[in-house]
Design a binder for this molecule. Structure first.
Ligand SMILES: Cc1cc2nc3c(=O)[nH]c(=O)nc-3n(C[C@H](O)[C@H](O)[C@H](O)COP(=O)(O)OP(=O)(O)OC[C@H]3O[C@@H](n4cnc5c(N)ncnc54)[C@H](O)[C@@H]3O)c2cc1C
Length: 449
């Protein structure tokens, strides 16, 4: 009996998608890598079903790929060849919101936006927020240790979770559904799975940590003349304004490209940097703070959004969909000490322009949490490829002790460069962990390590 026959016998014909029934949706993630269909797609409805699928695949040493909302940007959920895709999309729903403990128990396939809305309905706040909120799933957020726009205030996904349940490659269910903020009883096993991009186990449920709602968030756009002033504005806002919820910087070329494409105009002149500053300290306090910064010359101009439409306009520039239409666009996600980001951006731009003088190179990012994204669109000559861009971006980064992935993960895209951000000893320990949890190497083979 083949593995497909065994899966069909155990779960029924309707549980499997095969051949032409596999929609293009399951063939790649938002990295656009791959695009080859998996051998089949199976969509379990419970932890017990995930366990049975994995047990059968492990017995047959069949490679599997774990798929959440498929919004990942590193190719982690994109099939490489003939894997069995395990999609979590039917494991959706909020099991419980505990307002006393400020926790939420959720199935891994639940979209982030659904969890945010459920928290708000109960007068609480789920702090993770990403542009992909409508499609990405909690399991995917955990597996990538997602960051997003609120990290500066609340930390990454790792900080939003108290417990989780995961299924190991051999089908063993590890239920570590801790609900307490404090629990030092031995190893914190959930940390094994957070950020492991589906290579150590499949996350099936989680206990999320909620917060009191931050109150009304005021969005401002500030024009700044130099990178040191961007950093000074951040520190001043954290001490002088308080309640800083987001701090997103856009370098001139990124801001100019997107505002032109979106037909938006915020300031009369161009400025080297524009910063989105969000705070929960109220409109009056924000306006007074900005007036002070303006009179001291820390910022060159500023505006405060007074409607949701104005907020949307400001954020649409940062989300930057127009830039994605550039040919051969590569989007990097690096981190380095905040004070060095300005110098890195200059050095990286110079190195890229030396090789491709006409290339579009622009920078934007969360910055307040040391994360910057780089957009590169170059016209490659014969024998050149996107890997030449990788090589330059990461070589320059090495001089600043940066990391090749701040928040998107390694997947397949950055796997060849992992050694640039991890020591040989760290890589060896990662391999030992992988072998201990998945000795047959069936979970997301070819990803991360
Ligand atoms: C418009 C847009 C904005 C974005 N903004 C941000 C941002 O600000 N910050 C950020 O960090 N990311 C961002 N992302 C990237 C992406 O949304 C995140 O990485 C997200 O956490 C991925 O979740 P997903 O459910 O789509 O996972 P997928 O893409 O399906 O999978 C990602 C990885 O996790 C694994 N995986 C998925 N589900 C599970 C599970 N249940 N158990 C084990 N492994 C699993 C997959 O195998 C894969 O390796 C953005 C993407 C887009 C398209």
């Amino acid at each position: 009996m083949t593995l497909t026959d065994r899966l069909r016998a155990e779960f029924g014909e309707s549980a499997l998608l095969m051949g032409a029934d596999i929609g293009s949706r399951y063939c790649s993630d938002m990295s656009g890598l791959g695009k080859s269909p998996p051998a089949l797609v199976i969509r379990p409805r419970s932890t017990a079903e995930v366990s049975r699928v994995l047990r059968l695949c492990n017995e047959a040493s069949a490679p599997v790929i774990v798929q959440g909302g498929l919004t990942g940007l590193a190719g982690g959920a994109a099939p490489l060849g003939n894997e069995i895709a395990i999609s979590l999309e039917l494991m959706r729903g909020i099991e419980e919101v505990d307002t006393a403990a400020a926790t939420m128990v959720v199935k891994a396939g639940t979209p982030l936006a659904e969890c945010q809305a459920a928290a708000a309905e109960h007068g609480l706040f789920l702090a993770l927020d990403l542009g992909s909120r409508g499609s990405c799933q909690i399991g995917g957020n955990l597996a990538t240790n997602a960051g997003g726009i609120r990290v500066i205030r609340y930390g990454m996904m790792r900080e939003q979770v108290l417990g989780l349940e995961a299924v190991l490659a051999d089908g063993t269910v590890v239920s570590s559904m801790n609900r307490m903020l404090k629990n030092n009883a031995g190893y914190d096993l959930k940390q094994l799975f957070i950020g492991s991009e589906g290579t150590l186990g499949i996350i099936t449920r989680a206990v999320l940590r909620l917060h009191p709602p931050p109150g009304d968030i005021v969005t401002a756009l500030c024009a700044v003349e130099s990178y040191p002033q961007v950093v000074a504005l951040l520190r001043r806002a954290q001490t002088g304004l308080g309640g800083v919820m987001a701090f997103e910087a856009m370098w001139k070329d990124y801001f100019a490209f997107n505002t032109a494409a979106l037909r938006l105009r915020f300031f009369n002149e161009e400025h080297p940097f524009c910063v989105i500053l969000e705070s929960s300290s109220g409109a009056g306090a924000t306006e007074a703070f900005l007036a002070g910064c303006l009179s001291e010359g820390l910022i060159a101009d500023a505006l405060v959004a007074h409607s949701q439409a104005q907020e949307r306009d400001i954020w649409s520039v940062r989300e930057g969909y127009p830039i994605e239409t550039l040919p051969n666009l590569l989007n990097f996600d690096v981190s380095l000490p905040i004070g060095m980001i300005g110098d890195y951006a200059e050095a990286c731009t110079a190195a890229l322009h030396k090789r491709w003088p006409a290339a579009h190179v622009s920078f934007y990012g969360h910055v307040g949490d040391s994360n910057v994204h780089i957009c590169v669109s170059a016209d490659y000559g014969p024998g050149e490829s996107m890997h030449d861009v990788d090589e330059i971006v990461y070589r320059v980064l090495g001089g600043y002790q940066g990391s090749i992935s701040a928040e998107h993960g390694i997947g397949t895209l950055k796997r060849p460069y992992l050694h640039l951000s991890r020591t040989p000893e760290e890589l060896a320990l990662m391999r030992r962990l992988k072998h201990a949890l998945d000795p047959r190497g069936i979970l997301n083979p070819g990803k991360v390590i």
